[in-house]
Write a protein that binds this ligand. Structure first.
Ligand code: NCD
Length: 303
């Protein structure tokens, strides 16, 4: 039985297969509309979410399956002190597959060791978010047509942003990737993530200025400052407006730049940018649903 806790658990061939299946779902949705008939997905979200939870649920419904969900974590037995391990064992009696988000790094891994059904990590603390990376990869594939030879700018909260960590892991496996890490000093990429880039033989630079980097980028991945992971509010307030992408700034960018953002946006991309043809973040959210459909089929071993 397979789980998905870390994006690196999927080989490059498997990622390619998921992209192909997701593209086929986009082209032929009716072919997939009954594939998960009689199957149940449990979404266990111990942290706020809109896109990830709803796109998992939409994915399962579009595959003809059903969904069990907790209204919110504070109304679940976790608030009575139930362990993640026990929750996973128990949910295994009711559902066929679990998507779990948890504020504690490693919680979905613990769930996967105790569940008798596949567990998908839907975000664990500041650690990983592999299914966001699947959405990101499909976006890159459809907008750029390749995963190699790209200059990728990641901008904002590179310290706490788990989507950034998972995406760097994934992109480091392709050829000739140049990472431009744009953040304030305090929000730089953790050392263990930088080591992944170095070990893979890619180049990277850490810079503070978005403007100075703009012209060289093929992809710009904006992120919000992760308020909930700061130890003090003052520090958050000082850093929250570090970067704001405006239409003016885009004058410096390539014509075929792809602007991505895992969403939710706070104020780091001005709303006027949404009308620019290079803005891909809402499409990216849609692609996330198709990749989650492809992943559910894979983990449930449904052809
Ligand atoms: C991201 C997350 O939860 O890490 N959101 C998402 O799943 N699309 C990004 C964020 O919360 O900033």
């Amino acid at each position: 039985m397979r789980h998905l806790i870390d994006i690196l658990e999927l080989s490059l061939t498997e990622l390619e297969e998921l992209v192909l299946v997701a593209s086929d779902i986009i082209d032929n949705p009716s072919k997939y509309s009954e594939k998960c008939k009689g199957k149940k997905l449990a979404t266990l979200f111990f942290e706020p979410s809109t896109r990830t939870r709803l796109s998992f649920e939409a994915a399962m419904y579009e595959l003809g399956g059903n969904v069990l969900t907790m209204a919110d974590a504070s109304s679940s037995s976790a608030s009575k002190g139930e362990s993640v391990a026990d929750t996973a064992k128990m949910i295994s009696c009711y559902a066929d597959i679990i998507a779990m988000r948890h504020p504690k790094e490693g919680a979905p891994l613990v769930a996967s060791k105790n569940a008798t059904i596949p567990v998908i990590n839907a975000g664990d603390g500041g650690h990983h978010h592999p299914t966001q990376t699947l959405a990101d990869l499909l976006t890159i594939h459809r907008e750029k047509g390749r995963f190699d030879n790209l200059t990728i700018g990641l901008c904002g909260d590179l310290k706490f942003g788990r989507t950034v960590h998972s995406l760097i892991h994934a992109m480091s496996r392709y050829k000739n990737i140049n990472f431009v890490l744009i953040s304030p000093e305090e929000l730089r990429v953790p050392e263990y993530v930088k080591n992944i880039i170095v070990d893979a033989g890619h180049s990277f630079k850490e810079v503070k200025s978005l403007d100075e980097s703009m012209a060289e980028l093929d992809i710009l991945y904006m992120t919000r400052v992760q308020r909930e992971r700061f130890f003090n509010e003052e520090e958050y307030l000082r850093l929250k407006d570090s970067y704001i992408l405006t239409t003016d700034k885009l004058n410096l960018a390539k014509e075929d730049l792809v602007i991505m953002h895992p969403l939710p946006r706070v104020n780091e991309i001005s709303v006027a940018v949404d009308n620019d043809k290079r803005a891909c973040y809402f499409k990216q959210a849609l692609y996330g649903k198709y990749m989650r459909m492809a992943l559910i089929l894979k983990l449930l071993e449904i052809k």
